[in-house]
Design a binder for this molecule. Structure first.
Ligand SMILES: [Zn+2]
Ligand SMILES: [Zn+2]
Length: 1012
């Protein structure tokens, strides 16, 4: 009687599903047998095709949280699934190691406040070492989380963006850009963070959360027209410090401007704005004395008021005739402020272009900390925004201040340090991606994004098509490979370490690497004039590092084989990040309107249980490693994929893990055990007892045919939904197969047959096992991409154990395909009718509180003829599932049911009537079933297998009447509970044994079990 699955078995499945222990065992199994490596190697050599992949490298400046883990689960899902379909995927890790985020993290660790302090106190060499240490520390956390989550990504083949061999290939992309005239140096207005002391790309300025409500001055002031005593331009600004760099005023040429008499003065402003501005300023007495066009104001000179404070401003007037005059610009909006816009080309993008096209000098007297230089006159040494108050004061002193209020508005801040950004004209290097924008857009349109809204978001961002400022004034980054001649200004782009070392004038030290400060020490000879060439002192935007990955992480040969890659998935914020830079760099590299990826799934954010963004300030970030120590990886993976579409924000609620997701996996686990134990008992052998042999022996019955047919639809829908990245829908289908088709419907239909150990019905039992083997094993394979631990555990402990010829791991199994021969539409329709009627009977019972296990004598089913025919096909099941002894069928309700003593329920065209009368026979059988159920529950509780036969069961304290009722059913009860003897002592004290208290309706009964 002992099953093969004894407790002595090393890998036997425990009686309860304890995923954390199970996962630990399977993890060890994978490691011990090098399963991940074998799988990759096998698919590299035996595949039905290659699907390229390049890892979106996590930045190693922090530890992974559950949102990252969700993204990694999606990546692993695809890998395992496609690998089972026979594809080879270079699923190799990658790490983003350099850039501002890492630097800031290390600055924090070292306790320095800014770059100046960093260079003075720490020095570059040590800083570089500290950065490397820091990324390794974070890498450990990421690798650990991947390990727990069961991500089969190859860590040994990881790329690291800071390695020389990676940087070299990144340089080659820049070389390609340079050769196409797309890499340019230029003064340009960039968003600059005074905290991080570096410029930001326009993509970074647009990051979610970068705009914050801040308080700024709101200032009306006036500039006197040259040669007039009382005529002024009225101007508005929120950034008073830009008056220090003011060089022009702009008006809209097409708009009407009014001269407004206020007291003894005339103010010039857009006519449309007169009324609202006067109201805002609280001026009631005013009069429009004249209206002119914007055009007529062209070239009007105004008195720049601070020439005494900023002497350089007087010099500027000598340099260009348009300085401190009115210019005409279409961008001037006359629906806001005063319609007269002061121009500070050193501090604004539009202002900059307006000056540049007229040849007006750009006045930007700032250092790296955005403090004024000596050209800033009395403001020398002051941080730009700290001069706002002084400027207001100076205006007031000069009688030019009209009103100084404050206002709250949305203003961009640094996404890292949250300093208010300042727009500054600086010398930078740009990729002129604006010149290739049409090709970039064409490439982007060819990509599959699976969902419309992320696609539209991405394309509309790309349409902005701004030049990409790639230079950063930082330390820990890939160096910009441009050397420039100090004599003639000639530039050269170096494309490899070898080339660099060959051209270096200095002897290169042994510890040389492609980083600051080493690269800065290398000079070379100018080929044009023989002068000395020095490196342009910038590092690259870290987004350029990761954007180079499809080229930089591979060899030439691999690049040809794997790129464009098949599929990528990253978080939604990568719309402006990696998704963008990958595309730009690939179009530059290839010169074609092609994308390096064929499909890109952008995932929604992971939020906390209350739907709030996870952030340090709220303290609601859930660390992935902590979570995966507490919660099962399988349950976690199932939960995050099942809960909502991948593009939706996911409100991660740890409390939800132990509910439905656990229940689904636990049900699959127990169904599998149920199958294993029973089939083992009957000596099931999948090689002998196949579906074919069962069919030949006419042992397959309609429930089996129904289940097998349903399975084909599951395989088809599930696979299709994975293909379209509707993971939540796919898993709902799988969940239904386990909970509904298998657990709630199929097993109850065959349980009674399996219970028997009559040799005469062995053939039938074997047919059920061959059905369950086929269905459960298939479902286990379908689950593998989502719950790799559970699938492997079931595979090893059940399927592989029964059939040792199976592959070494579930991952080497073939992905199931629907088998058309197993589809059976007719049986499915019959069963749909059956289930509908059964649930109608249940609700009819419920309305008069008749428990399902109480047998009833008869029912009448009223339905269209077609349905009745279907029901007659499966009448045995109908009676079994409804627990009613007999059924009558009618197309119209017969008269008898109108009488009392019937309960009914109906839905659509179907109606059931159930006779509620119970005689002694039915009552006896009902009590027997009640008690049998309690015995079965107790058996389970005490750890007996379904196949164990008990020596005796004692049930004490039943009243005489009940014992009488039970007598005719003792034999049936023995069969139901697999017991040799059943005793019903009146008094439990008569027998010394271990009694278990139970409840039968309102009375207490006591049960004792003795095993053979
Ligand atoms: Zn910053
Ligand atoms: Zn030169």
């Amino acid at each position: 009687m002992t099953a093969k699955f004894g407790t002595t078995s090393e890998k036997g499945l425990t009686a309860s599903y304890s995923p954390l222990e199970l996962e630990k065992e399977i993890r060890e199994f994978w490691q011990r047998n090098r399963v991940q490596q074998k799988l990759a190697l096998f698919r590299e050599k035996n595949n039905s095709g290659v699907l390229g992949y390049v890892e979106g490298p996590p930045t190693l400046n922090g530890i992974p949280h559950v949102g990252h883990a969700r993204g990694r689960a999606m990546k692993d899902l695809r890998y395992r699934w496609k690998t089972m379909q026979g594809y080879y995927i270079p699923f190799w890790a990658g790490w983003d190691c350099q850039g501002l985020p890492v630097e800031l993290e290390v600055e924090k660790l070292l306790g320095v406040k800014n770059k100046r302090e960093l260079l003075e106190k720490v020095g570059m060499e040590r800083f570089i070492q500290e950065c490397k240490k820091a990324i390794m520390k974070y890498h450990k956390e990421w690798a650990a989380a991947d390990g727990k989550l069961g991500v089969f990504i190859d860590q040994d083949k990881a790329y690291w963006t800071y390695k020389d061999e990676y940087i070299e290939r990144e340089w080659q992309i820049l070389k390609r850009a340079f050769d196409q005239g797309l890499l340019e140096e230029g003064h340009y207005v960039v968003a600059y963070c005074p905290g991080c002391q570096t410029s930001l790309s326009s993509a970074e300025v647009g990051y979610e959360g970068a705009y914050k409500i801040v308080e700024d001055p709101s200032l009306y002031f006036k500039f006197l027209l040259a040669g007039k005593q009382d005529e002024y331009f009225l101007v508005w600004t929120t950034m008073p410090f830009t008056l220090i760099t003011d060089t022009m005023l702009a008006v809209n040429p097409e708009a009407e401007y009014a001269k407004v008499k206020v007291n003894d003065e005339k103010w010039i402003l857009a006519k449309l704005r007169v009324q609202p501005v006067m109201q805002e300023l609280g001026i009631e007495k005013y009069e429009i004395t004249e209206t002119v066009t914007g055009k007529s104001l062209d070239g009007t000179r105004y008195e720049y008021p601070f020439k005494d404070l900023v002497p350089e401003q007087a010099e500027l007037e000598k340099k260009h005739p348009l300085v401190h005059k009115v210019i005409l610009e279409d961008f001037v909006d006359v629906n806001t402020a005063t319609g007269v816009v002061h121009q500070a080309p050193g501090n604004g993008e539009e202002d900059f272009f307006a000056a540049q096209k007229r040849g007006v000098p750009i006045f930007a007297p700032f250092d790296d900390e955005v403090k004024f230089t000596k050209d800033g006159g009395i403001f020398n040494g002051k941080f730009a925004r700290d001069t706002d108050a002084i400027v207001i004061d100076e205006l007031r002193k000069r009688g030019l201040l009209v009103s100084a209020e404050t206002l709250k508005h949305e203003y961009p801040t640094c996404w890292r340090s949250h300093h208010k950004l300042v727009w500054l004209a600086r010398k930078e290097y740009f990729l002129r991606t604006d010149k290739i924008n049409s090709r970039v857009l064409e490439a982007a349109e060819k990509v599959n994004y699976f969902y419309e809204s992320p696609k539209n978001r991405f394309l509309s961002f790309l349409r902005e098509g701004k030049p990409w400022c790639i230079s950063r004034e930082r330390v820990w980054g890939a160096p910009l490979p441009i050397w420039k001649c100090r004599e003639c200004g000639a530039e050269t782009v170096v494309a490899s370490k070898k080339e660099l070392l060959a051209r270096a004038l200095e002897k290169v030290p042994a510890d040389f690497e492609l980083h600051k400060p080493w690269v800065d020490r290398i000079t070379m000879k100018c080929e044009k004039c023989g002068g000395a060439m020095h490196r342009e002192d910038f590092v690259l935007d870290a987004w350029h590092n990761s954007g180079a990955s499809p080229y930089a992480r591979f060899t030439d040969e691999e690049f040809k084989k794997f790129v464009p890659v098949d599929y990528l998935t990253e978080a939604m914020d990568q719309t402006r990040g990696w998704a963008n830079t990958l595309l730009l760099e690939y179009v530059i590299l290839t010169g074609k309107a092609e994308s390096p990826y064929k499909a890109f799934l952008l995932q929604g954010l992971t939020q906390d249980a209350r739907g709030r963004k996870m952030s340090k300030s709220l303290g609601n970030i859930i660390d992935a490693n902590n979570a995966l120590e507490k919660y099962s990886a399988d349950v976690f993976r199932f939960y995050v994929l099942r809960k909502c579409p991948p593009t939706d924000a996911n409100d991660f609620d740890p409390g939800e893990l132990s509910r439905r997701p656990y229940q689904v996996l636990s049900t699959l686990y127990h169904l599998s055990r149920f199958f294993a134990e029973n089939s083992e008992f009957d000596g099931f052998d999948p090689k002998k007892h196949t579906l074919e042999s069962a069919k030949r022996g006419k042992q397959l019955k309609s429930p089996d045919l129904w289940l097998l047919s349903r399975l084909q639809q599951t395989i088809e829908t599930y696979t299709a939904k994975l293909e379209t990245c509707e993971f939540n829908v796919a898993l709902a289908v799988l969940e239904d197969t386990v909970i509904e088709d298998l657990s709630r419907l199929y097993v109850p239909m065959v349980r009674k047959e399996l219970w028997s150990d009559d040799p005469a019905t062995l053939g039938r039992r074997l047919a059920v096992y061959s059905t369950l083997w086929h269905v459960l094993k298939t479902v286990t394979l379908l689950f593998n991409p989502v719950t790799p631990y559970l699938s492997e555990a079931l595979y090893q402990n059940i399927y592989k154990r029964i059939d040792s010829a199976l592959p070494e791991t579930v991952n080497l199994e073939k992905w199931p395909k629907p088998n058309e021969e197993l589809r059976n539409k007719a049986v499915e329709e019959d069963f749909q009718t059956l289930f509908n009627i059964v649930s109608l009977v249940y609700s009819a019972r419920q309305s008069v509180r008749l428990k399902r296990r109480w047998p009833l004598s008869k029912m009448v089913i009223v339905a269209p003829e077609k349905k009745l025919r279907a029901l007659k096909n499966v009448e045995d099941l109908l009676l079994e599932l409804t627990n009613v002894k007999a059924a009558e069928y009618a197309e119209k309700a017969p008269k008898q049911v109108a009488k009392e003593g019937w309960t009914s329920a109906s839905e659509n065209d179907s109606q059931v009537f159930v006779d509620v009368h119970r005689d002694e026979k039915l009552l006896g059988e009902g009590v027997m079933r009640d008690l049998a159920r309690r015995v079965q529950a107790l058996r389970k509780e005490l750890g007996y297998k379904p196949t164990d036969v008990l020596d005796s069961v004692r049930i004490a304290e039943l009243d005489k009447e009940t014992i009488q009722l039970l007598q005719p059913y003792i034999q049936e009860m023995k069969e139901l509970t697999r017991t040799k003897n059943i005793h019903l002592p009146v008094n439990r004290e008569e027998i010394e044994t271990e009694w278990h208290e139970s409840q039968l309706d309102e009375k207490k009964v006591y049960i004792a079990i003795v095993r053979a």
